[in-house]
Design a protein around this ligand. Structure first.
Ligand SMILES: *[C@@H]1O[C@H](CO)[C@@H](O)[C@H](O)[C@H]1NC(C)=O
Ligand SMILES: [Zn+2]
Length: 909
């Protein structure tokens, strides 16, 4: 080597050249982690493998989902299709029993028994959500249950419950949510009973629950009333809030169940997801809640989460489910069942869970395709050792060779590290504020899960750079030491608070430690110049980049689509900006040392970088400002109610949305212009007699101005969506109705009516002395589903739960029932004013009521408009078919409207 060349090698590479040298890692690791993140197995078509053994067939799972979501349709609890879905599944389950019996007949030594139940029942439960108190009352809802056991009493004494729901919610065919999981359960049952050597030591109970979307009535019914519910020791809940990717384990409630999960072929779950979910920020919950609350059991809650744009949308159809999703989920589920149903020692026995379970104190995560787990106490020891080792390594590689001397120089550098994080948060959030308030372009990144990184990444870096301005005296080695110290310190402190997510800091700190130790041993760091080598970065960055990028993919996949349904006032842009800067900090812990590497006392390099990053920040702001947040596969959610108030005879269109994107007001005005008309009392409007639609088109100048409604719990307009409705900022438009219209709904109680809505008080007893009134409120609602009543009263006692709030306040009770079941009731004892009160109305209660027309939901009931059903379309359906076509055309299919025909009123009782 010539002396020239060796001198060149000694010279440190410049900023850009360093980045180029590190680029294989900077680019390669995120790509590698994306490949790991998005890996799915090849979907299988055949029912048997080459050795003629049964295997999971994705084709068969998707066929179940297709039948439920397409042939049968929108299975909203209470609808005709909901009942059809249950009948269809009951046939499948009866076939399973027949098959099972044939198999056992052929091999009489096989210890296998298949039992089935069709459960029907009524009940009620309190269901608080989003900070609001709420009650559910349900009538004649159903569950279908299959139990596989070895046929003995001891074999049935302990069981593992596998749950999925058969119903879908209001606007969706629910191919992924949750028909795919119904298919997974059916296919798993087939594979289990056809596997000749499978004989369960413990029973497996499959619950096909047919009322999850009505706020978990089905799982409540099973947990509180089914004869075998008490045998359940553990739960596997199978859900979907998306249509792509591996199913995520987002709740694991005991050490035993985490251990069981470690045996699945393709684990995907971390204690971090568990911590995030249990913080409640995602605002969602599953049947798991009922099993926890009423059965007191532990379990695993798993769900398909990627591409959550289609969650509860009409495009949740089989064609949009990614190939491999079902194969992956089913094979993981099968592995779990095989484990949990077999005797120890191959797995921990679920029988040990009889006496309850302990909250998990386990750190777990999947890294490089492997599942890692260790206890909190182990974690504390490991993290403490690492902190100690960090101090030792810092001392050994510092200029001052005393611990005190080494640590004393780290005050400034540690502050630099801390400020870099704050700077990146401030930078990204400033752009979020600019986008939302200055430019009026919130949600500009919505249509792609990862796009927000392009918008918020540069300002996060810029903010971090600016924060480094005061620290031009900090050396690279000091900054490295400070980062290592801060990360290992945070790991220990957070773990001491029993938060398992501390593992992220531990893994980062361990990599920093390893990188420094290796290059120090190789003699590649310069203690005298206080510099480390580029190789130090190369070694140390691998794990942080992997963790940072995989956390970015997952959190953005969960939170970006979520911003389309968290309400117009939620700070969506700031939420996503903060996520980008946090995952950035996770992925690039060596940002500060790297900047210090090129720092000089005159801040020349830093100044240049700041100028460059400012330009890099500006470009995406400009580009994103011109973007529409929505497109046909990433739609805006719009909620539309067409409500007939049978007390006043008025008809209104109510519109709202649940995101902060601009333009909704204009949209509402356009709808008003196209579909509203002067109120029916307007004298100037002649009755439009020859119109087939009952909505007369408005003439310009007479368009009623949509009224912006301030929501609170006293406004009954949106009670079908209470308490989610409290997050809405809806508009209300009066509708004109033909004078010849005779309402089928406003009838008094008579026999054999198909439609109606009446509330009566029976067993009504007033005790003036005691100051109480006891009564049974009977709600009669033929043709209506999902009825809600709201009233103000001081309830002393009722049959909904044991502890009504001891005050005069508003109560909301929602109902869900089986198709055709048209009355429900609640029993109340309320406080009334003393007898001296001169008010003759004293003791009366005012009940607001509202419900959905079973035949008034679009697009679920499209068949009625298309004449494929015996029913004749009502006002709501007629309006919706044209309104929906208009919306699709006007917005270029960027809007998915949930259209519900409602009937409401108020009664004094
Ligand atoms: C129906 O009209 C009555 C009387 O004006 C009103 O109190 C009630 O809130 C209305 N209900 C709905 C849901 O619009
Ligand atoms: Zn679901």
């Amino acid at each position: 080597m010539t002396s020239n060349a060796s001198r060149r090698l000694e010279r440190k590479p410049g900023f850009v050249f360093s980045l180029i040298l590190l680029s294989p890692i900077l680019i390669g690791v995120p790509l590698y982690s994306y490949q790991q993140h998005s890996y799915l197995p090849e979907p299988l078509h055949e029912l048997y493998n080459a050795e003629r053994k049964p295997q999971i067939s994705e084709t068969r799972i998707l066929e179940v989902s297709r039948i439920l979501s397409e042939d049968i349709g929108f299975r909203t609890p209470g609808t005709y299709e909901h009942a059809l879905g249950e009948d269809w599944l009951w046939d499948q389950v009866k076939n399973i029993k027949d098959e099972c019996e044939k198999i056992v007949e052929k091999s009489p030594h096989r210890h296998l028994e298949c039992e089935i139940w069709r459960q029907k029942g009524s009940g009620s439960h309190r269901f608080d959500m989003m900070g609001a108190r709420l009650y559910k009352s349900y009538v004649d809802l159903g569950n279908i249950v299959v139990r596989l056991s070895n046929g003995t009493d001891t074999g049935k004494e302990h069981s593992v419950l596998v749950n999925a729901h058969l119903d879908s919610t209001l606007p969706t065919p629910g191919a992924a949510d949750d028909a795919i999981c119904v298919g997974i359960m059916l296919e798993t049952i087939r594979v289990l009973i056809e596997s000749e050597d499978w004989q369960p030591k413990y029973a497996v109970v499959f619950l096909f629950n047919n009322a999850e979307e009505s706020l978990q009535d089905g799982s409540h019914l099973f947990s509180t009333q089914h004869e075998i519910a008490h045998t359940v020791r553990a739960v596997l809940n199978l859900e979907a809030a998306g249509t792509r990717g591996r199913e995520l384990l987002f709740q694991a409630t005991s050490k035993e169940m985490i251990e069981a999960y470690s045996h699945v072929p393709r684990p995907f779950g971390t204690v971090v997801a568990n911590d995030v979910f249990s913080s409640g920020i995602i605002l969602s919950d599953t049947d798991f809640r009922q099993f926890q609350q009423y059965l007191g059991v532990t379990g695993l809650d798993m769900a398909i989460v990627e591409n959550s744009y289609l969650y509860h949308m009409r495009k949740d159809v089989v064609d949009n489910i990614q190939p491999g999703v079902a194969q992956n989920f089913a094979e993981n589920t099968l592995a779990l069942i095989l484990h949990l149903s077999s005797p120890p020692p191959t797995s921990p026995s679920i029988a040990t869970l009889t006496g309850g379970f302990t909250k998990p104190a386990t750190v777990y995560f999947s890294l490089f395709g492997k599942f890692w787990m260790y206890s909190f106490s182990m974690a504390k020891i490991m993290y403490a050792v690492l902190l100690l080792d960090a101090v030792v390594l810092i001392t050994a590689t510092a200029r001052s060779h005393s611990i005190v001397g080494a640590l004393a120089t780290l005050g400034q550098p540690a502050l630099a590290v801390l400020l870099a994080f704050i700077g990146s948060l401030v930078g990204a959030n400033s752009v979020a504020l600019v986008m939302r308030y200055l430019l009026g372009k919130p949600l500009s990144w919505f249509s792609n899960e990862y796009l927000a990184m392009v918008l918020y990444g540069p300002p996060a870096i810029l903010g971090a750079l600016i924060s480094q301005y005061p620290f031009n005296q900090v050396t690279e080695l000091q900054a490295y030491h400070a980062t290592l110290l801060v990360q290992s310190f945070l790991a220990l402190v957070i773990q001491l608070l029993d938060v398992g997510s501390a593992a992220l800091f531990f893994l980062n700190a361990a990599s920093l430690w390893a990188g420094l130790a290796v290059t120090a041993i190789l003699g590649m760091i310069s203690v005298r110049n206080e510099r480390v080598s580029l190789l130090t970065y190369a070694v140390s960055s691998f794990i942080p980049l992997y963790l940072g990028s995989s956390s970015a993919y997952l959190t953005l996949e969960v939170f970006v689509p979520l911003t389309g349904r968290i309400g117009a006032d939620a700070p969506a842009d700031n939420l996503i900006a903060s996520i980008v800067s946090v995952v950035g900090m996770l992925g690039f812990p060596l940002f500060v040392p790297f900047v210090c590497r090129f720092q000089s006392s005159d801040n020349r390099m830093l100044g240049k970088l700041i100028v460059v990053m400012t330009l890099v920040t500006a470009v995406p702001i400009a580009v994103f400002s011109a973007r529409s947040p929505f497109d046909p596969m990433h739609q805006k959610r719009v909620y539309v109610l067409r409500t007939e108030n049978i007390t006043t005879g008025e008809h209104h269109l109510h519109l709202s949305t649940s995101d902060s994107a601009p333009g909704f007001e204009q949209f509402v005005y356009a709808v008003a212009k196209e579909f509203s008309a002067p109120p029916m009392t307007a004298p100037s409007e002649p009755a439009d007699t020859n119109s087939t639609s009952d909505i007369a088109s408005a003439t310009v100048g007479e368009i009623p101005i949509p009224e912006l409604i301030m929501m609170d719990r006293y406004n009954a307009d949106w009670d079908p969506m209470f308490p989610f409705s409290l997050f809405l900022k809806p508009y209300k438009i009066p509708l004109h109705v033909d004078t010849t219209y005779v309402s089928p709904w406003s009838t008094t109680l008579e026999e054999n009516r198909k439609y109606g809505f009446t509330i009566t008080a029976v067993d009504d007893v007033i005790d003036l002395e005691g100051g109480t009134r006891s009564l049974k409120l009977v709600i009669w609602h033929p043709g209506m589903i999902w009825t809600v009543i709201a009233f103000d009263a001081h309830v002393l006692k009722w049959n909904l739960d044991d502890e009504p709030p001891n005050e005069y306040t508003r109560h909301h009770v929602k109902e869900a029932s089986y198709y055709g079941s048209d009355t429900w009731s609640i029993e109340l004892v309320i406080k009334i004013p003393p007898p001296s009160s001169s008010d003759p109305e004293a003791g009366k209660i005012t009940v607001n009521f509202i419900g959905l027309e079973e035949e008034g939901m679009w697009p679920g009931k499209r068949a009625i408009i298309e004449g494929k059903s015996a029913s004749t379309p009502g006002l709501a359906l007629k309006l919706f078919s044209t309104l929906d076509a208009w919306i699709t055309k006007e917005t270029g299919d960027q809007v998915d409207a949930l259209l519900l025909g409602c009937v409401a009123g108020v009664q004094r009782i």
